[in-house]
Design a protein around this ligand. Structure first.
Ligand code: C2E
Ligand code: MG
Ligand code: MG
Length: 749
C-alpha cells in the first residue's frame, strides 16, 4: 500500500506563519541533527521543506538502505522514519537502531496506522508515532518533544559521566594517599579504610571493616587513642597532630633500638554528622580522619636523643645524663633526708692497653669493663662513662658507708680477674673515689668533683682501691692544683736542677758513680725537694718531662766528667713507671745517651720494686733490651715493696739498693740486723751487687762493710750536691782515706 498525504494538507498556512518565527526555535534545538527517511522523493522533500522552514537542517535518506547508511555514519538526535518502504523498510531500520544501541529518538511517520504496526514500531524502540497525512504543527511538536528528551538524556549522561570520573578521581586520590584515611562508626568500628592500610600495617581493608580501632593500636597507647577515635568536634577544634603507635604486622628494618612491630603515626580526627548543620548527639555518625607514618622522624628523634645522652661506645649514659639523674637524686635525697653516693672510677693501666695494643683493643676492653661494672649494680643505680677510662656511678639509695664499701669492694673484686680479649689476658684495676651526699657536697658538681679528688688519692697511694672523700683532701687539692700550675711553669722556666750524690765503694772508697736527683729551684720558696712535687708530677704525667730533662742533664754532666779524666764514673738515674711505660721509651733513652757520647755501661737505672711489679709484661722486655745494650739496672728502695724472689729472677737486674729505712735501723748495740742479713744473703744467692742508701754514720758503714755490702751512698759521704761540687769530690777523692781508716778500725775491733 502506498502512503498518501502531504505537507500542508491540513492548514499549512497558519502552521507556516507560526513556524516562521525564527526565534521560536532555540539555537541548540536548531543545531540538532535530524534524519528524515522516506522512499518517496516528493514526501521526503516536503518534509524537508517543512523542517527547513521550522529552522532545522535535516539530512535526507531516500529509502531504508540510505537510512541505514546515514545512521551508520552519523549520530542523530531524531529520525523521522517512514515505515513502509520497499527493500529495507522502517522496521528494519528500527531493528538496526536497536541492535546498534543508537541513542537517537525515532519518530515513525507512517500511513500505516494499524495497531499492530504502531505497536511493533513502539516495541522496537520508536519514540512516537505520527500518522500520515500529518498535521505540520503536531509533527514539529512531537519532534521537538523528542529533541528535548534527547537533550535531557544527553545532559544526564554527561553528568553521570562526570560524576563517575570525579568519583574515580577521588577514589584514586584516597587510595594512593601516603596517609591512611579512615572512618569509624559511632562505636569506634571501621566503616572505611583506604588501600594504604595494607602497605602500612599489613591488614587488608576487608578484614578491618567492622573491626574496632583498638585492634590496630599499640597497647601502650590505648588511652590516647580513645580520645582521638571518639572525636566529635569538627573543623578547627578537631584533633590534629596526635602522635600514637599503631600495631603493624609487617616487620620493618630499623635501628636496633626500635620496635619493629609498631609504627608511630600522626593522626587527625573529626566528628561526622548526618546533618552538618545540626551537630547533635543523635546526628553523630562517627569519626573521620587521616593517619600519617612518622616512624622515620620519631626514630631520628630517638637516635638524636640517645646520642645526646649516651656514650656511643658502651651505650652507657653520658656525663649529661648522669648529671640530670644526679640532680634528681639530690632533690629526692634532700626531701627524704636520705644519703646518696657518687663513685668516680678511673681504670688503672688502661692507657697501657691502649698504647700498646691499639685503640680497637682499648675500646673492646672498655666495653667489657662496662659490662662487668654493670653486673655489680642494683636497680636504680646509674653507671655512666665520663670519657676515656673514667666511669661515674650514682647510687641514689644508700643508708650507710658500709653499703657503699660493699659495692666498691665488689667492683674491685670483679675487675681483678683478667679480661681475655683476642687471646690477650688483660689486667686492669681501678681507683675509686667516693663522695657521699650530704657530707661530701650537696650539688652535682661538688659531689662529682670530690669523688674525683678522692680517686686521685687512691692513685697516689698506688692505685687499685677505694677512698671516701674527706674535707682535708680538699685543702691538699687546692695546693695540688696550684702546685701543678707552678710546676708546669717551673719546667718551662728551667727552674729544675740536677743534684748528684756520690756512690762510694766500700772496698777502697773510690767514687763508683753518682745518683742524679732532681731539685726545683723555686723563685720564692727556694730549693724544693722532689718528695714535694714528684707525686703531682706523677699524677699529671709531667714526670716524663722531668725525667727526660734530668737524664739529658745527667748524661751531659757525666760526659764532661768522663772527658776530664774520670773515665770509670757512672751515673744512676731514677725512672718513673710513667716513663717506662711509654711507647718508644727505650729508643729515646738510648738516643739521649748516644747524643751525649756515652756508652751504655756508664748508665745505671734505678727502678723501685713497685714500679717493676706494676706492669711486668710491658716493662720486662724493655729492661731486657736495655740490659742487652749494656745498661745496668738496680732495684731502688729494695725491701719496701712486694717483690718475691721468684719475681726478682725474671728481671735483668744487677744491683739491689738496700732501702734507707733498714740502714737507719743499724745501731751500735745491734749484733744482727736481721733484714739486712737476709738481703745480703739473697743478693749473694742471686749473684747481685749490693748498695746501701742513707748511710749516715760510721756504725752503719762498718756493719755494711762487715756484711760484704760493696757500695754505699749517704750523708756520711755527701748530701746530694750540684755538679760542680761533684767535680771537686771526684778530684779530691776524700772517701778513700775514710774507708781505709774504717776498715782498719773495724779490723782491730
Ligand atoms: P731515691 O732514689 O731513693 O733517692 C735517695 C734519696 O735519699 C734522695 O732523696 C736522697 O737525698 C736521700 N738520701 C741520700 N742519702 C741520705 C741519708 O744519708 N739520709 C737521708 N735521710 N736521706 C738520704 P731525694 O733527693 O729527696 O729524692 C727522693 C726520691 O725522689 C728519690 O729516692 C727518688 O725516688 C725520687 N727522685 C729524685 N730525683 C728523681 C728523678 O729525677 N726522677 C725520678 N723519677 N725520681 C726522682
Ligand atoms: Mg734512687
Ligand atoms: Mg732509694
Amino acid at each position: 500500500m502506498s502512503e498518501s498525504g502531504a505537507v500542508g494538507v491540513s492548514g499549512p498556512r497558519e502552521s507556516f506563519s507560526r513556524l516562521f518565527k525564527a526565534d521560536r526555535v532555540q539555537p541548540e534545538m536548531a543545531a540538532a541533527s535530524i534524519l528524515i527517511v522516506d522512499d518517496k522523493p516528493e514526501l521526503l522533500n516536503s518534509l524537508y521543506q517543512l523542517l527547513l522552514l521550522s529552522g532545522y537542517e535535516p539530512d535526507k535518506a531516500l529509502g531504508g538502505t540510505e537510512a541505514l547508511d546515514a545512521l551508520g555514519r552519523k549520530q542523530y538526535d531524531v529520525v523521522l522514519l517512514d515505515l513502509i518502504m520497499p527493500g529495507v523498510n522502517g522496521h528494519d531500520v528500527l531493528d538496526f537502531a536497536e541492535a546498534q544501541k543508537l541513542n537517537c529518538k525515532i519518530i515513525v511517520v507512517s500511513g500505516d496506522s494499524s495497531f499492530s504496526g504502531v505497536k511493533h514500531a513502539l516495541r522496537c524502540g520508536a519514540f512516537d508515532f505520527v500518522k500520515k497525512p500529518y498535521e505540520a504543527g503536531e509533527l514539529i511538536a512531537t519532534m521537538e518533544t523528542a529533541l528535548r528528551q534527547c537533550k535531557l538524556e544527553n545532559q544526564n549522561r554527561l553528568m553521570a559521566d562526570k560524576l563517575e570520573k570525579s568519583e574515580e578521581l577521588h577514589r584514586f586520590i584516597v587510595n594512593t594517599s601516603p596517609d591512611l584515611v579512615y572512618m569509624l562508626d559511632r562505636n569506634g568500628c571501621f566503616t572505611f579504610v583506604n588501600d594504604r592500610v595494607e602497605s602500612l600495617l599489613g591488614f587488608s581493608k576487608e578484614e578491618l571493616i567492622g573491626r574496632h580501632y583498638t585492634e590496630i593500636v599499640d597497647e601502650d597507647h590505648l588511652d590516647d587513642a580513645r580520645s582521638v577515635f571518639n572525636e566529635r568536634r569538627t573543623g578547627e577544634r578537631a584533633a590534629r597532630n596526635i602522635e600514637l603507635k599503631f600495631r603493624s604486622r609487617l616487620t620493618r628494618r630499623g635501628p636496633r633500638l626500635f620496635h619493629a612491630q609498631s609504627l608511630w603515626m600522626e593522626l587527625t580526627a573529626e566528628g561526622v554528622y548526618s546533618d552538618s548543620n545540626e551537630r547533635t548527639r543523635e546526628n553523630f555518625v562517627g569519626t573521620y580522619g587521616t593517619a600519617r607514618d612518622i616512624s622515620e622522624r620519631k626514630e631520628a628523634e630517638e637516635v638524636i636523643n640517645f646520642q645526646a645522652y649516651h656514650d656511643l661506645l658502651t651505650h652507657l649514659p653520658n656525663r649529661a645524663l648522669l648529671k640530670d639523674r644526679l640532680s634528681l637524686a639530690i632533690t629526692h635525697a634532700r626531701r627524704n633526708k636520705r644519703k646518696l653516693a657518687v663513685m668516680f672510677l678511673d681504670l688503672d693501666r688502661f692507657k697501657l692497653v691502649n698504647d700498646t695494643l691499639g685503640h680497637t683493643m682499648g675500646d673492646r676492653l672498655l666495653k667489657a669493663v662496662a659490662n662487668r661494672l654493670q653486673s655489680c649494680l642494683r636497680q636504680g643505680d646509674t653507671l655512666s662513662r665520663f670519657g676515656g677510662d673514667e666511669f661515674t656511678l650514682l647510687l641514689p639509695e644508700v643508708r650507710t658507708k658500709d653499703d657503699v664499701v660493699v659495692i666498691a669492694s665488689k667492683i674491685l673484686d670483679r675487675l681483678n680477674s683478667p679480661f681475655v680479649i683476642d687471646g690477650h689476658e688483660l689486667f686492669v684495676g681501678a681507683s675509686i673515689g667516693i663522695s657521699i651526699y650530704p657530707e661530701a657536697g650537696d650539688s652535682e658538681e661538688s659531689l662529682i668533683q670530690n669523688a674525683d679528688i678522692a680517686m686521685y688519692q687512691v692513685k697516689g697511694r698506688g692505685k687499685n682501691g677505694y677512698q671516701f672523700f674527706s674535707e682535708e683532701m680538699n685543702h691538699k687539692f687546692s695546693t695540688r692544683l696550684s702546685l701543678e700550675r707552678e710546676l708546669r711553669n717551673g719546667i718551662a722556666q728551667s727552674e729544675l736542677l740536677v743534684y748528684y750524690q756520690p756512690q762510694v765503694s766500700l772496698q777502697d772508697g773510690h767514687i763508683t758513680g753518682v745518683e742524679a736527683l732532681v731539685r726545683w729551684q723555686h723563685p720564692e720558696r727556694g730549693l724544693i725537694e722532689p718528695a714535694e712535687f714528684l707525686p703531682v708530677a706523677e699524677e699529671t704525667g709531667l714526670i716524663t718531662q722531668i725525667d727526660e730533662y734530668v737524664q739529658k742533664q745527667a748524661f751531659a754532666d757525666l760526659s764532661s766528667w768522663r772527658n776530664s779524666g774520670f773515665r770509670d764514673v757512672c751515673v744512676s738515674v731514677n725512672l718513673s713507671s710513667t716513663q717506662l711505660e711509654q711507647e718508644g721509651f727505650v729508643d729515646r733513652f738510648v738516643g739521649a745517651m748516644k747524643s751525649a757520647g756515652l756508652m751504655p755501661e756508664a748508665v745505671k737505672l734505678e727502678i723501685t720494686e713497685n714500679t717493676l711489679m706494676r706492669d711486668m709484661e710491658v716493662i720486662i722486655p724493655k729492661l731486657k733490651e736495655l740490659r742487652r745494650l749494656g745498661v745496668r739496672i738496680a732495684i731502688d728502695d729494695f725491701g719496701t715493696g712486694y717483690s718475691s724472689l721468684s719475681y726478682l729472677q725474671q728481671f735483668p737486674i744487677q744491683t739491689l739498693k738496700i732501702d734507707r729505712s733498714f740502714v737507719c735501723d743499724i745501731r751500735a748495740d745491734q749484733s744482727d740486723a736481721s733484714i739486712i742479713n737476709a738481703i745480703v744473703a739473697m743478693a749473694r744467692g742471686l749473684k747481685l751487687d749490693l748498695i746501701a742508701e742513707g748511710v749516715e754514720n760510721r756504725t752503719q758503714l762498718r756493719y755494711l762493710y762487715s756484711q760484704g755490702c760493696s757500695e754505699g751512698q749517704g750523708y756520711i759521704f755527701s748530701k746530694p750536691v750540684p755538679a760542680d761540687e761533684i767535680e771537686i769530690l771526684l778530684k779530691e777523692n776524700p772517701f778513700e782515706a775514710m774507708i781505709r781508716r774504717e776498715q782498719l778500725e773495724s779490723a782491730t775491733v
